[in-house]
Design a protein around this ligand. Structure first.
Ligand SMILES: Nc1ncnc2c1ncn2[C@@H]1O[C@H](COP(=O)(O)OP(=O)(O)OP(=O)(O)O)[C@@H](O)[C@H]1O
Length: 917
């Protein structure tokens, strides 16, 4: 006996095996018994959301739909054309960034539950995103994995992958479906569970469901052979039921791979500009698993789970995919169903009252998986190409929104095996009876009379039946008509109900908006009154400020008159200063003349002293020469007298005193010679001394001459300096005058500072002038003392000269003192005039009534002006407190934020007031 139904016997239309046909040797008896126990209807109810999903089993908490993103690598064509990649994936941070900076827009980054970049392998997608769901299926949950994205981005590659031959080892390119199948079998084997597994594979094309696993019938029209439409119905509990879908029992992964290959080959594909083999339909591959569980008391239960693997048709930009005519219509249908899917996602994310599941078959099929009781994983696929950026952004946006969909996964109710068997047996029994009845009907014997009677009855009955049939047909037609009407009406009613609901929701929201607007209106009115209050106060302040401004204008006019007077006075002062300077220049010239005269006098005196000194030295020389001659003569006379005396004595004392006389003569001669030498020496000394004295007098004279010349030069230099400084003073005064003029023509506010500066500058100038005059004084004193010294030196030589020099010096110093006095008097007069001008005439001048500071202070201080300003916040606070607005404000902040309109007629006024404050 075969231990398990022979998998090769699998029939496309034959009875599907009973559950628990685990293809495992030691456990097969029981399952076989079930399998042999009867047939099962070849056409059964099935559906993505129809498997025992209505149990009241353990209710899990709501969980978000898992959304993972996969970006495929650039394909060969794109690489050849050097197409730019604009998508970057950060698997670690689970982020995808669309580099919109190429289009001068900020980059956009999306976060998903998992991100798989272009280098990601098929196994990674399965291990990280799908395997946990597959495990949940074995625990009794319904789980759905579906891929969506633009056409050609790798949905089919991700879901099915490349799996051409049925090898035991999966190739690296195998997709989610073969890996899920392998995983399920591995797990069941490992746990040594009893199980049965059935698969379905349907295609949804142009809103028509087709069974991709149905046996091809022998219909004459090839089109009809494998495209028998299947009905999608509601199960009354919010789920969908697919009537007529083939469920194929499978025993090994190989079985499933075969079916998958067979079904995939029948899927409608077409070559598009974006994908050579583009799937033009949505495909749903479902695996139903029943696992046996034995509980205490040997009660056997069945845990059932379903895994739906959905490969959606690609959304396509018809222009770019190059679809034409029929294909364009087809693409339109695909896009329409995907659009409905998008609307369902939006409605779920926004928690809308109405979710438009019913708008397309795709959303009806996926109802349980989106916002229902299933666990769902969405694989969004994108292309990195810059040319697909628009579609990629749409996919990323939808995928990102889909993350917020919340499902309430619920495990399927475990069914008691005996109950299930009972149901099955009952079904089998009913079918057996059917078969038996039809068999018996063909072979029963009936007597002739009874047969004729029966025939007549039958005839009557037939006539009646025909009549009835006719009336029934009529009634049926009418009923169908009514049914059609009823259905239309039902549809209309449903439509109206849903519209009514929408309208009610809209009405509610409009009511809310109306209330908000009413509130905003009240607030706007109040705000207007507030602004009126503020504006009237502002106008009052403006009036006060105008009055003050008029006062200030008068004060300023007075100040302008005063400044004009002041200017005139300054001009007068400048001319007086020029007069003083001219006086200084004149006195300097006089001084120069005096000094020249004094120098001439000194020169003449010195010349005279030189002449007298020369005469004196000549007289001295002559005198000493005379003395020397006189001395010699007197000595010779003495000698002659002595000799004559001696001769007389000789005569008397010739013999006695001859010796003594001779000795005495010698001694006397010696003595005389000594005296002569002394006299000669004295005479030489006197001569030398007189010569040295004459030389010294001469050199002294020369020195005096050169010092006089130097003094002359110094005097010349000083005079030049005086002249220069005088010129400088003149230009300085003229510059001062022009500056004063310019500055006075400038701002009135600057007059005060200007005058202060001028006063300081005048002070400095006076100090300079004083310094200058004191320098002049010192120089004059130095000259005088020099002259006096020279005069004194000359006095030593010649009294007369000295007298003359003294006279000249006295005259010079008298003149100088006179000049000095005059100069001091001039300086004093300038100072007095300046003082008069600055302190008396200007600061306390009677016609000028006020000092500038006084004028300013009296006019209006800044504080007094500030006092006039009306503070808008204070005014608002005053208004609010008077009108008890604060209380109202507190409770209405929220609505205020909502109802605040961006445009406000008072906005410019408010802004102006804010700026002012
Ligand atoms: N991650 C990937 N690695 C390598 N090749 C890939 C990848 N994704 C897709 N491809 C290749 O890109 C091409 C298009 O992929 P596929 O047919 O799966 O796209 P699709 O999204 O299903 O398109 P359609 O919606 O038109 O059916 C295929 O040749 C496939 O092999």
């Amino acid at each position: 006996m075969a231990q398990t139904p022979n998998p090769s016997r699998r029939s496309w239309v034959g009875p599907a095996p009973m559950p628990f046909l685990t293809p495992r040797a030691p456990r097969r008896h029981l399952e076989m018994r079930w399998a042999d126990g009867g047939s099962h209807a070849s056409v059964r109810r099935s559906g993505v959301g129809a498997v025992a999903s209505s149990g009241d089993g353990e209710r899990d908490r709501a969980v978000n739909v898992q959304v993972v993103l996969r970006c495929r690598p650039l394909n060969e064509e794109e690489q050849r054309l050097d197409v730019k990649s604009v998508i970057s994936c950060n698997d670690t941070n689970k982020e995808v960034t669309a580099r919109l900076s190429l289009f001068k827009q900020p980059n956009r980054t999306f976060t998903f539950d998992k991100v798989f970049g272009p280098e990601s392998q098929q196994s990674m997608i399965f291990d990280h995103a799908v395997a946990p769901l597959v495990n949940d299926v074995l625990e009794g949950y319904n789980c759905t994995v579906f891929a969506f994205g633009q056409t050609g981005t790798g949905k089919t590659y991700t879901m099915e992958g490349e799996m051409k031959q049925k090898v035991s080892e999966l190739p690296d390119t195998a997709g989610v479906i073969p890996r899920a199948v392998r995983h399920i079998f591995d797990r069941l084997e490992k746990r040594k569970d009893d199980y049965s597994m059935k698969v379905t594979f349907l295609e949804l094309y142009n809103e028509e469901i087709t069974d991709l696993l149905a046996l091809e019938d022998q219909s004459r029209y090839p089109e009809d052979r494998h495209k028998r439409p299947i009905t999608l119905m509601e199960d009354g509990k919010g789920g969908a039921v697919i009537r007529g879908l083939e469920e194929i029992v499978v025993y090994s992964p190989g079985d499933i791979y075969g079916l998958l290959e067979h079904g995939s080959a029948r899927r409608r594909t077409a070559g598009t500009a974006l994908n050579k083999q583009s799937s033009r339909s949505h495909a749903v591959f479902s695996i139903n698993i029943h696992v046996k569980e034995t509980t205490v008391g040997n009660e056997e239960f069945m845990r059932c789970g379903r895994l739906n693997l959905v490969d959606l048709a690609g959304s396509e930009n018809i222009d770019r995919s190059g679809a034409r005519e029929g294909r364009a219509r087809e693409a339109g249908e695909v896009n329409k169903s995907l659009l409905t899917l998008g609307r369902v996602i939006t409605a779920l994310v926004e928690h809308s009252v109405h979710v438009p599941y019913r708008d397309s078959k795709l959303t009806r099929l996926l109802r349980e998986s989106l916002g229902g009781k299933a666990k769902t994983c969405i694989i969004a696929t994108v292309s990195p190409s810059v040319h697909s950026l628009e579609e990629t952004m749409a996919t990323l946006d939808y995928a990102s929104r889909a993350k917020s969909i919340r499902n309430k996964p619920e495990a399927n109710k475990k069914t008691c095996k005996s109950v299930m068997l009972k149901d099955l047996y009952q079904e089998m029994e009913r079918m057996k009876q059917d078969v038996k009845a039809s068999r018996e009907k063909n072979g029963i014997y009936i007597p002739h009379g009874r047969f004729i009677q029966d025939e007549e009855e039958k005839k009557t009955m037939r006539e009646k039946m025909e009549h009835l049939e006719l009336s029934l047909e009529k009634q049926i037609k009418e009923a169908e008509k009514f049914k059609g009407l009823y259905l239309t009406e039902q549809e209309c009613r449903l439509d109206f109900e849903s519209r009514n609901k929408d309208l009610k929701v809209n009405l509610e929201s409009w009511k809310g908006k109306f209330l908000d607007l009413q509130e905003a209106n009240c607030r706007a009115k109040m705000s207007l009154r507030e602004k009126d209050f503020v504006i009237s106060n502002l106008l009052h302040s403006e009036h006060l400020i105008l009055e003050r401004a008029k006062d200030m204008r008068n004060t300023l006019e007075n100040a302008t008159g005063d400044i004009t007077v002041l200017l005139n006075k300054l001009a007068m002062m400048v001319s007086e200063a020029e007069q003083v300077l001219n006086d200084i220049l004149e006195s300097t010239l006089e001084l120069k003349k005096l000094l020249a005269f004094s120098a001439e006098l000194q020169q003449a005196g010195l010349k005279r002293s030189l002449t007298s000194a020369q005469a004196m030295s000549k007289t001295s020389i002559d005198f000493f020469e005379d003395i020397r001659i006189h001395e010699e003569q007197s000595a010779l006379n003495k000698i002659t007298k002595i000799l004559s005396a001696l001769t007389a004595q000789k005569t008397t004392m010739v013999s006695a005193f001859m010796g003594q006389l001779n000795e005495r003569y010698c001694e006397e001669q010696k003595h005389l010679k000594l005296e002569m030498t002394n006299l000669q020496q004295v005479s030489d000394n006197g001569k030398n001394e007189s010569l040295a004295y004459v030389g010294a007098v001469e050199s002294q004279f020369q020195e005096d001459m050169s010092s006089h010349a130097q003094l002359n030069d110094q005097m010349e230099g000083i005079l030049q300096q005086c002249l220069k400084k005088g010129g400088h003073s003149v230009s300085y005064w003229s510059h001062t005058q022009s500056s004063l003029h310019d500055l006075c023509m400038g701002s009135i506010m600057e007059v005060d500072d200007f005058i202060e500066e001028r006063s300081k500058e005048n002070e400095n100038m006076f100090q300079e002038k004083q310094l200058f005059s004191s320098q002049n004084d010192a120089e004059f004193h130095a000259i005088t003392s020099d002259v006096l010294t020279a005069s004194k030196n000359s006095l030593i030589l010649d009294h007369e000269t000295r007298n003359m020099i003294e006279t000249a010096s006295t005259t010079s110093s008298d003149r100088l003192e006179l000049l000095n006095e005059k100069h001091s008097a001039g300086a004093e007069s300038i100072r007095n005039m300046a003082n008069n001008c600055l302190e008396k005439d200007y600061m306390a001048n009677s016609p000028i009534r006020h000092r500038p500071r006084e004028l300013l202070t009296k006019a209006n201080s800044l504080e007094s002006l500030e006092e006039l300003r009306a503070s808008v916040p204070d005014l608002e606070a005053k208004f609010r407190s008077e009108n008890h607005l604060e209380e109202m404000e507190k409770g209405k902040q929220y609505s205020d934020q909502r109802t605040r309109t961006p445009r406000s007629p008072l906005m410019p006024v408010n802004k102006y007031v804010e700026r002012r404050t």
